[in-house]
Design a protein around this ligand. Structure first.
Ligand code: FAD
Length: 435
């Protein structure tokens, strides 16, 4: 039986979008072609928010060997580095800007297979309608893209201002990734960074160079910075039993591993392998207990600083340029500038993305478990306000937060994409009409 060429629209051309397009095209063949449209509102496809930085101090938070865009080819990034003259070994921490270039070139790495097509559209998708089995996506400039399947790879919304943070608007930076941020800091300003995660580490590095006279306080509930990577790749702990367990059993196993002398990084590696399966098996009460009591400690152990970034932070602390504090100990009103580094807001929040607003208005998208991502069925298809799965709208990346726990790092995205493309391909993309 012959099929029409299935049309897939990928909305968002950051890491998740380009990895999806690349995987779809690499799975395609002359017998099973695919027409991919990749819509990105920024001028460049690939880097997205995380790898669009030009600051050479901003490094990847994972080893080069773990950052390949291709799940079946872990050395792909290292080979790209060699052809581009970028020094890299398996355990290197590349600059995020080099990684952004890698992603920007990914879709040009191989020719598009015969019969398949790739169209890059530099526009924002603002509306999506289901017209009798075909999706019509309207862009900000008024054009209409058609598709059988839509993959939402929209990335991370800016953080929400934490409750109780009352600072006049002219002294508050809501979006820590605002490229104009450094210009708002005076040479001798006192700056409060609200949050002590990896975004804070980025800002300590950028401000240290651009505003060496500024005094920075980084504050969070516990005042804890992310832990740091070892220079060499850690391996999963050999004694750790990989079976899916209740939260209580997982925590007991971690304690037993520590008592037996296992390195905590190896235990983190083991837990990463277990992570999403355990999360899916936990009851809603266990998930919410993990979120309330364990998540922060997990985040600082799991999302670690590259050693050179850790050295920058150590130096800033030693010189007194950076001070760590608990939130309760600081008065935001006494700072010249307050920067919200509390992490991405919920994907279903209003106002950050016109397409999300449109889908919420139409009842096609609703918040998912824990309210951070969107609600999805087991295949990753959007569930509407009645809990009915969309025929052909899927979400990857941050939108899956809550549905899974480990969602936004490149290895998580690769895994999601392989799963999604595998399911779509097994079905020959949508139940395509016989030609
Ligand atoms: C500062 C930072 C550093 C990070 N560092 C690392 C790291 O070192 N290693 C790691 O594994 N992970 C890292 N991460 C995690 C990161 O989220 C992922 O690695 C990855 O970049 C996420 O890609 P994404 O495509 O989901 O999102 P994004 O990179 O945000 O891309 C989403 C894209 O969608 C576009 N878009 C959104 N809405 C529309 C629309 N309606 N129409 C058209 N285009 C649209 C946006 O313009 C954007 O380019 C980092 C995250 C951040 C924020």
């Amino acid at each position: 039986m012959a099929y029409d060429v299935p049309r897939v629209l990928v909305v968002g051309g950051g890491a998740a979008g380009v990895i999806t397009a690349d995987t779809l095209l690499r799975q395609a063949s002359a017998d099973a072609p695919v027409a991919v449209t990749l819509a990105e509102r920024a001028p460049v496809v690939g880097p997205g928010l995380a790898y669009g930085t030009t600051d050479p101090r901003h490094l990847l938070n994972n080893y080069a060997l773990r950052m390949s865009a291709r799940e079946d080819d872990p050395e792909h990034l290292l080979r790209w580095c060699r052809t581009r003259g970028v020094a890299a070994e398996e355990g290197s921490f590349l600059t995020r800007s080099a990684y952004g270039r890698y992603l920007a070139e990914l879709l040009d790495a191989e020719p598009v297979p015969d019969g398949s097509t790739l169209e890059r559209v530099h526009d924002e998708v603002v509306e999506l309608t289901d017209a009798d089995g075909t999706y019509l996506a309207t862009t900000a400039s008024g054009s209409v893209l058609t598709a059988d399947v839509v993959v939402l790879a929209l990335g991370n919304p800016p953080p929400r201002v934490p409750r109780g943070l009352e600072v006049p608007a002219d002294r508050l930076v809501v979006d820590p990734w605002d490229p104009g941020l450094v210009d708002r800091v005076g040479p001798h300003d006192r700056v409060l960074l609200v949050g002590t995660g990896l975004t804070t580490v980025d800002l300590v590095a950028s401000l240290g160079d651009a505003r060496p006279g500024a005094r920075i306080t980084a504050a969070s509930r516990h005042g804890l910075l992310p832990r740091r990577h070892l220079p060499e790749l850690p391996h999963p702990s050999p004694g750790f039993d990989g079976d899916v367990r209740s939260l209580r059993e997982v925590l007991a196993e971690v304690r037993a591993g520590r008592a037996a002398g296992a390195d905590w990084r190896s235990l983190v590696e083991s837990l990463k392998l277990l992570g999403n399966d355990a999360w899916s098996a936990w009851t809603p009460a266990e998930r919410s207990r993990f979120d309330r009591h364990v998540a922060r400690r997990w985040e600082i152990a799991r999302h670690r600083m590259a050693p050179p970034m850790a050295a920058i932070v150590d130096q800033a602390l030693a010189s007194g340029r950076l001070t760590l504090a608990r939130s309760a100990e600081v008065d935001p009103a006494s700072y010249d500038l307050v920067v919200n580094c509390t992490g991405p807001g919920p994907v279903s929040a209003p106002g950050w993305n016109p397409l999300v607003d449109d889908l919420v208005r139409g009842g096609v998208l609703r918040p998912g478990p824990l309210g951070r991502g969107v609600d999805l069925d087991r295949d990753g298809a959007l569930l509407d306000t009645c809990g009915v799965p969309a025929r052909g709208i899927y979400a990857i990346g941050a939108a899956r937060r809550g549905f899974e726990w480990e969602v936004a790092a490149v290895p998580d995205i690769r895994r999601q994409v392989v799963g999604l493309v595998g399911r779509l391909t097994a079905r020959r993309l949508p139940a395509a009409s016989p030609a």
